[in-house]
Design a protein around this ligand. Structure first.
Ligand code: HXC
Length: 260
């Protein structure tokens, strides 16, 4: 049997998904997308899940795009199926109820950048390179780049990156708001896992409710988002963890959350 193209590891509520085709710089072919879909579905059903880290195997790439060799055989129907599959999988990743963090360890191009954009938070190594180079191939983004990149960095910057296909280094990616922070390659995964473990130690329902309110609110008018925040905030007062968190503060001791 061939190696899995998506590796799944779990540690204390933090799952790590590693795209594993290093010989093709982790390019996303149909097999990777189907395996990613399966992995994400399993995570979605896991009540002990607290955070997810997404990264790429090998020292060179996060994901260098959709698989160009596979796409070169496509006509419009196959292209529509492929784009739809990618959209479905990335939407499922984005909709996981816990924070999803991209640890971008090298080339993050085309479909790779679109994968990162489906994550709540993006951190990068100092070796990372971002871009939407599809127009070099006579193509355009097809896994959500025209939509999620514009929402993340603004329509004009997204348009510039998509029209010119230029690559952005990690420090510029921070400046334009695509990446939150940059670490030396050797430290990246450790730093991101530290962050994920920190999130995993907070009140689980509170973190999930925060993600829900941010995500739903961004797609809604401000008044609707604010009303959703009031509801989700109030519902947390039904949880033992909120009682514990506030009580622990009053008693000047650390809180012990039980996901209850
Ligand atoms: C298939 C890929 C690939 C890709 C790299 N490889 N990217 N195979 N699809 N997207 C393969 C190469 O063919 C090569 O295989 C091996 O990985 C190593 O890559 P090299 O090119 O030899 O490495 P290097 O010279 O360091 O250049 C790195 C690179 C370059 C700059 C990242 O590989 C590159 O430009 N890749 C394509 C980037 C791109 O255009 N991405 C967007 C794709 S379109 P062999 O067998 O020769 O060793 C897209 C659309 C999304 O993503 C939406 C779809 C619906």
């Amino acid at each position: 049997m061939s190696d899995p193209t998506v590796l799944v590891a779990a540690d204390a509520g933090v799952a790590t998904l590693t795209i594993n085709r290093p010989s093709a710089l982790n390019a996303l072919n149909s097999t990777v997308l189907v395996e990613l879909d399966r992995a994400v579905s399993a995570l979605a059903a896991d009540p002990s899940l607290r955070a997810v880290v997404v990264t790429g195997a090998g020292g060179k790439a996060f994901v260098a795009g959709a698989d160009i060799v596979e796409m070169s055989a496509y006509g419009p129907q196959a292209a529509r199926r492929f784009a739809s599959l990618g959209h479905r999988v990335l939407a499922a990743l984005e909709a996981l109820p816990v924070p999803v963090i991209a640890a971008v360890n090298g080339f993050c191009l085309g479909g790779g950048c679109e994968l990162a954009l489906s994550c709540d938070l993006i951190y990068a190594s100092d070796t990372a390179r971002f871009g939407q180079p599809e127009v070099n191939l006579g193509l355009m983004p097809g896994f959500g780049g025209t939509q999620r990149l514009a929402r993340r960095v603004g329509a004009a910057r997204a348009a510039e990156l998509i029209y010119t296909a230029r690559q952005v280094k990690a420090d510029e990616a921070v400046r334009i708001g695509l990446v939150l922070d940059v670490f030396p390659l050797a430290d990246l995964l450790g730093r991101v896992h530290e962050m994920a473990a920190g999130i995993a130690a907070k009140g689980p329902a509170a973190v999930r409710a925060s993600k829900l309110a941010i995500a739903r609110g961004l797609d809604a008018p401000l008044a609707v988002g604010n009303a959703l925040e009031i509801e989700t905030f109030a519902n947390l007062f039904d949880t033992a963890d909120a009682r514990e968190g506030m009580q622990a503060f009053v008693e000047k001791r650390p809180a012990h959350f039980r996901n209850a």
